[in-house]
Write a protein that binds this ligand. Structure first.
Ligand code: ARG
Length: 459
């Protein structure tokens, strides 16, 4: 008989290459703390159900505490037969506590155990990432507040479109993070359903109080179906989706800052502490962290995709495919935990250059305002759009800005292009006309900033 937990019905040792493929302890040892915690709660639930005596329960709890101490002090030694973190903890518990260790797994399966451990881990991971997201939110708010009304060209299709301000731009990267925080909270909620007590697939035969177990471990409810409980990895997908969206938002912010920090734009200067140099070109200063934020988003998207593909078409209950759920989640967590504070620090230390932004404003940014002026004179917007289009084309032919066309030239196109209208064609005026919620006018921006501050406070 083999010395493994399930060795009884086997007459041969597992092929060594199969073991290497099958074992997950190399990566799931990360769940040691959750595994010990869930095992302690399970021992208590068994005792409350009368399955263990209180003395046995106390022995198990003391043994688990010793195992915990070995992990925290870095003295835990994995043994050759440890297949995963669950078998490793149980093996060591039995070594330390004696044969009572063999009673811990009563009514429990690694199927409900791993789902429980992993849910505990994901709940904590969501909280940790939410904290980092709010750090970046604070940095964006700070930057927005410092240059709330600093005018800059706004772009669509990367072409100058309408004037905006730095505050508006910075906050446009803040609000997506509010939704990301909500997605993380949602993923945490999805993870907060207790699978323990589902056994391998059919439920547990011992009268454990699952609601009490849920409360003891910080879950908000218990799974209503034992088969679903051991199959369900939706909560991992929710977590990876939340992570992928954070990645998308970081990559978009990164791409814009890379562009704005180029010599061609010069709107911002990335701090030396957040830049790296070139081994050949002495003058170079590259914002590598931003490129990594953009680049690492690839793996964040990949992690979500890889889990979804693993889950597709799986028969219900536990299949070993599910062991593939952990590495993507660990990687998404580690990647974001490395990125978020760096991007936050980079934003916080960014030098914003309002003069450089103002110097880039092209008259074309006011074309919409001109059409709006005609609307005020009763011209239907579609007709006004056409007239301004003709005006812009005429100016293009003459090689000047449309705002520079002479009165006579303008009048040839429309009598509505008066001097009075021309006097109102100013960048600042364009900002102030947009006074509704979400617009660029002073009061609207100030209100938006207050709303952003309230949102980080959770109001
Ligand atoms: N290491 C396994 C995993 O991560 C634990 C569950 C094993 N269950 C089983 N029936 N073999 O999924």
């Amino acid at each position: 008989m083999s010395n493994k937990l399930w060795g009884g019905r086997f007459s041969k040792d597992t092929n060594v290459l199969v073991r290497r493929l099958n074992d997950s302890v190399e990566f799931d040892q990360r769940l040691w703390s959750e595994d010990i915690r869930a095992s302690g709660a399970w021992a208590q639930a068994l005792a409350q159900a009368g399955v263990l005596t209180s003395a046995e329960c106390a022995q198990l709890e003391a043994g688990l505490e010793s195992v915990r101490a070995e992990f925290t002090t870095g003295t835990f030694e994995f043994a050759a037969g440890d297949e995963d973190i669950h078998t490793a903890v149980e093996r060591r518990l039995t070594e330390l506590a004696g044969s009572v260790g063999g009673k811990l797994h009563t009514g429990r399966s690694r199927n409900d155990q791993v789902a429980t451990d992993f849910r505990l881990w994901i709940m904590q991971a969501c909280e940790d990432l939410a904290r980092e997201v709010s750090g970046l939110q604070a940095a964006l708010i700070e930057s927005a507040a410092a240059h709330l009304h600093a005018i800059m060209p706004g772009y669509t299709h990367l072409q100058q479109a309408q004037p905006v301000t730095w505050g508006q731009w910075a906050l446009s990267h803040f609000w997506p993070l509010v939704r990301d925080a909500a997605r993380l909270a949602n993923a945490r909620g999805a993870a907060g359903v207790l699978p323990l007590g589902s056994g391998a697939l059919a439920g547990t035969a011992f009268p454990v109080d699952r609601d009490a177990l849920a409360r003891a471990l910080g879950f908000t409810s218990v799974s209503p179906n034992s088969m679903d409980a051991v199959s369900d990895r939706d909560f991992v997908a929710d977590f990876l989706y939340a992570g992928a969206m954070i990645g998308l938002h970081l990559s978009r912010l990164a791409e814009q800052l890379l562009l704005f920090s180029s010599a061609e734009f010069g709107y911002v200067v990335v701090d030396d502490a957040y830049s790296t140099g070139s081994s050949l070109m002495p003058q170079k200063k590259n914002a590598d962290p931003l490129e990594l934020a953009r680049g690492k988003t690839g793996r964040l998207l990949g992690n979500l995709h890889s889990l979804l593909v693993v889950l597709k078409g799986l028969p219900s209950t536990y299949d070993k495919d599910l062991q593939e759920d952990k590495e993507p989640a660990f990687d998404t967590f580690d990647t974001l935990l490395a990125l978020l504070p760096v991007v936050a620090g980079l934003v916080r230390s960014l030098e914003v250059r309002p003069q450089a932004m103002a110097a880039r404003l092209l008259p074309g940014l006011l074309a919409t305002d001109l059409a709006d002026e005609l609307v005020k004179q009763g011209v239907p917007f579609r007709a006004a759009h056409g007239l301004v289009g003709v005006l812009v084309q005429r100016a293009d032919r003459l090689g000047i800005a449309f705002t520079e066309l002479s009165f006579a030239e303008r009048q040839k196109i429309s009598v509505h292009f008066t001097d009075e209208v021309w006097a109102r064609l100013e960048f600042e005026h364009s900002l102030q006309r947009r006074a509704q919620t979400g617009g660029t006018a002073k009061a609207a921006l100030e209100a938006q900033l207050m709303a952003a501050r309230a949102a980080v406070r959770g109001e």
